[in-house]
Design a protein. Structure first.
Length: 299
């Protein structure tokens, strides 16, 4: 892969995790008024409409072979329906910071699955970068005191832990599909699939719940649908198309920093100077890992 394509992939991946990190505290605000299923109905409908319009404007083809369409549906079921349910239910029982921390185990899970299913070789430099980022993250979450670190504290943390595997499987399956098709139509189908599912199970609750939203909350919901839903899923898949599954997943680490910073600004969650220093360690690990070369084992 030429350096330009790699840089484009990095930009896409960074944009997606930044928007997801900032999204978490805003999601907690909306979840105080809406159930997860109603929230996801609106979030995914706006995301699907956004991506569909962009696909039509940019003339991206929606032609899939039958066997590939099956895998697209499987990926959407795991990565949109199941993953989003787990993540939002976890947010009801734990902090945005904890969710961001636990999700940083995704690179390790994705790297293992990519090695098993995609035959991706993980370079020593990527392993070093992963270890540096995980060390920085442990210091970040424990506020510099590892004795404060508790991996699973409650039900919300457990659900967030389970969700790392749904996202890892989503990335692996989608990576295989992206070798054949454009990222935007695939992301559109995934958004639409999730919207139809959550609409079906929440339709009776929608009128009473949306009546509780004020104008400010409607604006938040609209922006969540446009950016961390529609656009961010496309950005992630576009980055995944240009990078290896392991390299792309490394960008989950900065998401914890973005979530904590946004949680501090929006919800008043703590974000200290020492956490800023530990953030530098995290980004250093990501930089080291992304610079490592990943090749495919063709045997």
């Amino acid at each position: 892969m030429n350096p330009k394509e790699r840089v484009i992939g990095i930009i896409y991946a960074t944009a997606s995790v930044f928007s997801w990190g900032v999204y978490l505290p805003y999601a907690k605000i909306i979840l105080a008024k809406l159930s997860p299923s109603v929230f996801l109905t609106f979030r995914l409908s706006i995301g699907a409409i956004t991506l569909l319009l962009l696909s039509l404007i940019l003339k991206r083809p929606f032609h899939f072979k039958a066997k590939d369409l099956l895998w697209i549906v499987v990926a959407g079921t795991i990565g949109i329906i199941l993953h989003q349910l787990l993540q939002l239910k976890s947010l009801e029982h734990t902090t945005a910071t904890n969710v961001g921390w636990i999700l940083t185990l995704i690179p390790a899970a994705t790297g293992l699955l990519a090695w098993i299913f995609l035959k991706e070789k993980i370079s020593p430099q990527q392993i070093v970068g992963l270890l540096i980022a995980m060390t920085g993250l442990a210091l970040f979450v424990s506020r510099g005191n590892p004795r404060n670190l508790s991996f699973i504290r409650n039900y919300g943390d457990f659900l967030s832990f389970v969700s790392i595997f749904t996202w890892a499987f989503y990335s692996i399956i989608t990576k295989h599909i992206l070798n054949k098709y454009d990222a935007m139509p695939i992301s559109t189908v995934h958004m639409a699939l999730g919207f139809l599912f959550f609409l079906t199970i929440s339709v009776n609750n929608i009128p009473s719940q949306i009546a509780t939203l004020d104008l400010h909350e409607w604006v938040i919901l609209l922006l969540i649908g446009l950016i961390p839903s529609g656009m961010a899923y496309f950005w992630w898949n576009a980055g995944l198309k240009k990078l290896s599954a392991m390299t792309t997943s490394m960008f989950i680490f900065p998401e914890a920093v973005f979530a904590s910073a946004a949680g501090h600004i929006i919800l008043g969650e703590s974000f200290t100077k020492s956490m800023l220093l530990f953030s530098v360690i995290i980004f250093t690990g990501v930089y080291v890992s992304v610079r490592g070369k990943t090749t495919l084992n063709k045997s």
